[in-house]
Design a binder for this molecule. Structure first.
Ligand code: G6P
Length: 366
C-alpha cells in the first residue's frame, strides 16, 4: 500500500526504489515488441498529434525539469519546443504559432499556477491541450482536452522522484509518436523503443549503487554549497539533482550548464566546493571533461557518475560507474544516483526527508 513504508526508513527512499516497477507500469500496453502501441493514447490524442507542428510545455518545479529534458528530445526529431515555468508564462503575452500544442506536466494535477496557465491558454489559439499527469481525477486532467497518465502511484515524499522519471517516460512515448509523424519509420524507432523497454532493468542496476552513494554522501556532511554541472539534456538533470539536494538537505545547490562555468560560477570554486556531474558517453563528453579540468585547476572537489566507456583523465575525483546505459534514456537513468545522493546527504544532516521545512507536496494557491 502507498501509505506503508515497508522496509524503508522514508517514503522518499521507498519511492526511489519503486522506480523500475512504476516505469514498467507506465510503459505497459503502450509499447510491445519494439512497437509503439499508439492506439493506447486514444483517438482524440492521436488526432491532436497529427496536427501538431510545435509544442509549448508549461510546468512547475520538478515537472518543469521534465519539460526541459523533453525539449531536447522534441527538437532532435524536428519539433520546435518552448518550455516555461507556469508562474512566468501565465503573466506573459505568448505568441502562439499555428499548429501549437499546449502541454502541461504535473504530478498532482492541482498546482495553482499550472492550472491558471491552462485556463489562460484556452483563448490563445492553441490546437488543444494535453496534460502529462499522475492523478486521474485531478483538475488539470479534467480541464485539459486529453491526458497522458503516468502510473507512478501515490507519491508521498515532498521531493518528487518516481513522478519525475515516469513523466520522462511518458514524454519519451510522446516524442516517439511525434517522430512517426515526422517521417521516422517503424524500423527507425525500434531501437528507441527497445531502450525504453530495458529502462526498468537499467534502473535496477543503478539502484545497486545505493551503498556506494551513501559512502560518497559522507563527503557532503560539512558542505554549505554544491554545484551541479551538465550539458545538453543533462543540464536539466543537473537542475533536478540540485533541486533534490537543496529541498531535503538545505545545502545551497545550484546547477549550471557546464559551458557557462567560466562566465561566473568558476569564481566560487575552491577546495571547499563540491562539483557534481554526470558523464554519459555522449557527443558532449569531451566538452564536459574540459570544463571539469577547469574545476580541478581551482581545487574543486569532483563527484562523478560516469559511463563505463568514459576515460576520466583528471587528477583527483570520486566516481561511480554506470554500465549498459542507452543514449535515448540516459537522462532518466542518471537521475537515480542524484536522487540517492540527495537522500543520503539529508539523512546525514538529520533533516525531515519526507517533509522538508517550508515546502508542500502540492501548491494549490498562488
Ligand atoms: C511542489 C512539489 C514539487 C513539484 C511541484 C510541482 O513544489 O514540492 O515536488 O515538482 O510542486 O508540482 P506538480 O504536482 O504540478 O508536478
Amino acid at each position: 500500500a502507498a501509505a506503508d513504508k515497508g522496509p524503508y526508513q522514508h517514503y522518499m527512499l521507498k519511492e526511489i526504489f519503486e522506480q523500475p516497477g512504476v516505469v514498467a507500469e507506465t510503459l505497459e500496453g503502450r509499447i510491445y515488441k519494439g512497437r509503439l502501441l499508439e492506439e493506447s493514447f486514444g483517438y482524440e490524442t492521436r488526432e491532436l498529434l497529427d496536427q501538431t507542428r510545435q509544442i509549448h510545455i508549461i510546468a512547475c518545479g520538478t515537472s518543469y525539469h521534465a519539460g526541459l529534458v523533453a525539449r531536447y528530445w522534441f527538437e532532435d526529431i524536428g519539433i520546435p519546443c518552448m518550455v516555461e515555468v507556469a508562474s512566468e508564462y501565465r503573466y506573459r503575452h505568448t505568441v502562439v504559432p499555428e499548429g501549437t500544442l499546449f502541454v502541461t506536466i504535473t504530478q498532482s494535477g492541482e498546482t495553482a499556477d499550472t492550472l491558471a496557465a491552462l485556463r489562460g491558454a484556452k483563448d490563445k489559439g492553441y490546437l488543444g491541450s494535453l496534460v502529462v499527469c499522475n492523478v486521474p481525477e485531478s483538475s488539470l486532467v479534467r480541464e485539459s482536452d486529453v491526458a497522458l497518465m503516468t502510473r507512478a502511484g501515490t507519491e508521498i515524499g515532498v521531493a518528487s522522484t518516481k513522478a519525475f522519471t515516469t513523466q520522462l517516460v511518458a514524454l519519451r512515448l510522446l516524442v516517439l509518436a511525434m517522430a512517426k509523424r515526422m517521417g521516422y519509420t517503424e524500423d527507425d524507432l525500434r531501437g528507441y523503443i527497445e531502450e525504453l523497454h530495458s529502462l526498468p532493468r537499467q534502473m535496477e542496476v543503478v539502484l545497486g549503487l545505493n551503498e556506494s552513494i551513501e559512502q560518497m554522501a559522507r563527503s557532503f556532511s560539512d558542505k554549505e554549497h554544491a554545484l551541479f554541472l551538465g550539458r545538453g539534456p543533462f543540464y536539466p538533470i543537473a537542475m533536478e539533482g540540485a533541486l533534490k539536494l537543496k529541498e531535503i538537505s538545505y545545502i545551497h545547490a545550484e546547477a549550471y550548464p557546464a559551458g557557462e562555468l567560466k562566465h561566473g560560477p568558476l569564481a566560487l570554486v575552491d577546495e571547499k566546493m563540491p562539483v557534481i556531474c554526470a558523464l554519459p558517453n555522449d557527443p558532449l563528453l569531451d566538452k564536459v571533461l574540459s570544463n571539469l579540468q577547469e574545476v580541478r585547476a581551482r581545487d574543486g572537489e569532483l563527484f562523478l557518475f560516469s559511463d563505463q566507456e568514459v576515460k576520466i583523465e583528471l587528477d583527483k575525483y570520486q566516481s561511480l560507474t554506470l554500465s549498459d546505459i542507452h543514449p535515448s534514456t540516459a537522462p532518466i537513468v542518471y537521475t537515480v544516483p542524484l536522487q540517492l545522493l540527495a537522500y543520503h546527504v539529508a539523512l546525514i544532516k538529520g533533516t525531515d526527508v519526507d517533509q522538508p521545512r517550508n515546502l508542500a507536496k502540492s501548491v494549490t494557491v498562488e
